[in-house]
Design a protein around this ligand. Structure first.
Ligand SMILES: *Cc1c(COP(=O)(O)O)cnc(C)c1O
Length: 425
């Protein structure tokens, strides 16, 4: 599709039906696909021909929706996964294995932190965490000869720090590794990390992309820009024969634009099986159609709520990069000129207890382990998503014990502000 505008890509990207074909993306609710000869199927198994044979690896509905997200992010190839967790795991594990090392920003989603610091560590991959505000020197010092990737979130969940994508991309490239950016909170409507030098973009599509709290899902987009062949010794999985596919060399057969996603699909999806159901992919596709409209409204509402909170006597602090005094306001102007997201973090005076009491009194906003859907919801991360962390780790992740994460939805901003006001009083 040559239509370049983000709004058009949200609505029509990735799917151009031919004469007489369905206008809406069809749900191919089939585990398997039929072939006339075993030779035909054998070619698929050897990756000599492209096509579908089993939905654990690939499904046409999923591929169509992935193509839409790929177009939105300006990537070369993309794949859906069953969740954001699976997306981040695959994105890193596709290039970092036992004995390798990864540098990650410390301000990241609690589930991702746990995946890296606990579960992937058990798999023999070491992680070094750096502050989102680190200097170039601090960043450089975190790299080792066996470092395979640098990882960060455009807008960190729930710390809401804004990543200096250019700084991180330059550091990654100085050390010959790709930058992976989780763009869940900003969405490609508000920021396209590839334009700032990121090499791989991941998403929890569970959040704004679906937008209605209906379907858990994830996505990985490759820019096709990182030159794996230039660092062939570092990335043998992409640049040397894969014996489990009759010796295919991913960079040779699929080029820089296709190697990363083809390997993640044919090895990781084959072996771990975290596929998104075609039904969920369809729901995600529906969500994408209105993403650009919804993001504008989420940001408008959040701005109003953040301004109200910052002027309230019972609020200790507010974190929202749309506020002029915010620590990340200037960085947001560069990377998020049209808005950031609908999530606002703040502290209620009186700490943890006051935060819990306040949340109990809310009527429009509900307490949920969720963000970024049409309905306003709130969470106390220190007692929920981040409860496995000690105080030191909480601090490094930008989560104070009194932090309330409010995900501002698409209701009337007036009603939301009235609800917050009555709960505070
Ligand atoms: C929610 C979230 C994830 C995990 O996604 P799931 O779809 O819940 O598995 C990863 N990264 C960020 C930034 C998130 O907000």
């Amino acid at each position: 599709m040559t239509m370049a505008k983000i709004e058009t890509l949200c609505v029509q990207g990735g799917y151009s039906p031919k004469n007489g074909e369905p206008r809406q993306i069809p749900i191919i609710q089939s585990t398997t696909f039929k072939y006339d000869t075993s030779e035909d199927m054998g070619k698929l198994f050897d990756l000599e021909a492209s096509g579908y044979f089993y939905t654990r690896l690939q499904n046409p509905t999923n591929d169509t929706v992935a193509a839409r997200i790929c177009a939105l992010e300006g990537g070369s190839a993309a794949m859906l996964t069953s969740s954001g967790q699976a997306a981040n795991f695959y994105a890193v594990f596709n290039i970092a294995n036992c004995g390798d090392h990864v540098v990650a920003c410390s301000a990241i989603y609690g589930g991702t932190y746990n995946l890296f610091a606990v579960t992937m560590k058990k798999m023999g991959i070491d992680f070094t965490f750096v502050s989102p505000d680190c200097t170039d020197e601090e960043l450089d010092a975190a790299f080792r000869p066996n470092t395979k990737a640098l990882f960060g979130e455009t807008i960190a969940n729930p710390a809401l720090s804004v990543l200096d994508i250019e700084q991180f991309a330059k550091a990654a490239h100085r050390h010959g590794v790709p930058l992976i950016v989780d763009n869940t909170f900003a969405t490609p409507v508000n920021c396209r990390p590839i334009e700032w030098g990121a090499d791989i973009v991941t998403h929890s599509t569970t959040k704004y992309m679906d937008g209605h709290g209906s379907a858990v899902g994830g996505c990985i987009v490759d820019s096709g820009h990182f030159d794996w062949d230039r660092y062939a010794d570092k990335y043998p999985g992409l640049t040397t024969p894969d014996e489990s596919y009759h010796g295919v060399i991913y960079t040779k057969q699929f080029g820089l634009g296709g190697a990363f996603i083809t390997k993640a699909t044919s090895q990781l999806m084959r072996d771990f099986g975290s596929i998104q159901s075609p039904q969920n992919a369809f729901i995600l596709g529906l969500g994408l159609e209105s993403l650009h409209v919804r993001m504008r409204r989420h940001c408008e509402n959040a701005q109003k709520v953040a301004e109200f909170l910052s002027g309230h006597e019972k609020i200790a602090w507010v974190s929202y990069c749309g506020l002029p005094g915010d620590k990340y306001h200037e960085r947001a102007k560069k990377y998020l000129p049209e808005g950031s997201c609908g999530v606002v973090s703040f502290g209620v005076k009186g700490g943890r207890k006051a935060a819990e009491a306040f949340m109990k009194k809310l009527r429009v906003a509900a307490i949920e382990t969720h963000v970024a859907d049409a309905r306003t919801c709130c969470l106390h991360p220190a007692s929920a998503t981040h409860r496995q962390m000690n105080d030191e780790e909480l601090l490094a992740a930008g989560v104070s014990p009194d932090l309330v994460r409010l995900s501002v939805g698409l209701e009337s901003a007036d009603d939301l502000i009235e609800d917050i006001a009555q709960a505070l009083s």
